[in-house]
Write a protein that binds this ligand. Structure first.
Ligand SMILES: [Zn+2]
Length: 161
C-alpha cells in the first residue's frame, strides 16, 4: 500500500529594518534590526506555514491571512502557525516532520534553535525530534549578505492515517 503522505515547500523573505523586534521561529532574538512586515514578520514561521499549507494543497499564507486585513497587523506568527495546523487537522492531516533553513549574517542563530524547536513542537503537537532548524549565512553576498533581508525555506511532510 502506498502511504498517504505529502510534502510541501515554503519560502519567505523579509526586509531587515531598524526599530522592529526580531522574531524568528516564534522566539524573540536580541538584535539591532528586526524583520519588517504586516505581522510580526517571523520569516521562519511563515516559511513553515507555507510548507504545511503547500503539502495539504491549501494555497498559501497570504491567501489565508492577507496583509490587507487589519486583524493580522503585528499578529504573533505563532497564532498563524496554530491556525494553519487547525486547517490541516480539519482535512485529517497530521504533521510528520519539518526541516527548515534560515539564511542571515547576524546574529548567530544556533543558540536559539532549541527554543525555536520547542516552541514549534508545542504549537503543532508533535515531538521535538520531528523538527529541524538550520542556519547559514550568505557569505556576505547579496541582500542577505548585506543584512538587508532574511531568507527562510522549509519543507514539511504530512500524512493521513
Ligand atoms: Zn512572511
Amino acid at each position: 500500500m502506498v502511504p498517504n503522505i505529502r510534502v510541501g515547500l515554503g519560502f519567505d523573505v523579509h526586509r531587515l529594518v531598524k526599530g522592529r523586534e526580531l522574531w524568528l521561529g516564534g522566539v524573540h532574538i536580541e538584535h539591532n534590526y528586526g524583520c519588517d512586515g504586516h505581522s510580526d514578520a517571523d520569516v521562519l514561521l511563515h516559511a513553515i506555514c507555507d510548507a504545511l499549507l503547500g503539502a495539504a494543497g491549501l494555497r498559501d499564507i497570504g491567501f489565508h491571512f492577507p496583509n490587507t486585513d487589519a486583524s493580522f497587523k503585528n499578529i504573533d506568527s505563532k497564532i498563524l502557525l496554530d491556525k494553519v495546523n487547525k486547517l490541516l487537522i480539519e482535512k485529517n492531516w497530521s504533521v510528520g516532520n519539518i526541516d527548515a533553513t534560515l539564511a542571515m549574517e547576524r546574529p548567530k542563530i544556533n543558540p536559539y534553535v532549541p527554543e525555536m524547536v520547542k516552541t514549534i513542537a508545542r504549537i503543532l503537537h508533535i515531538e521535538e525530534g520531528n523538527i529541524s532548524i538550520k542556519a547559514t549565512t550568505n557569505e556576505t553576498m547579496g541582500y542577505v549578505g548585506k543584512e538587508e533581508g532574511v531568507n527562510a525555506w522549509a519543507v514539511a511532510m504530512i500524512y493521513r492515517e
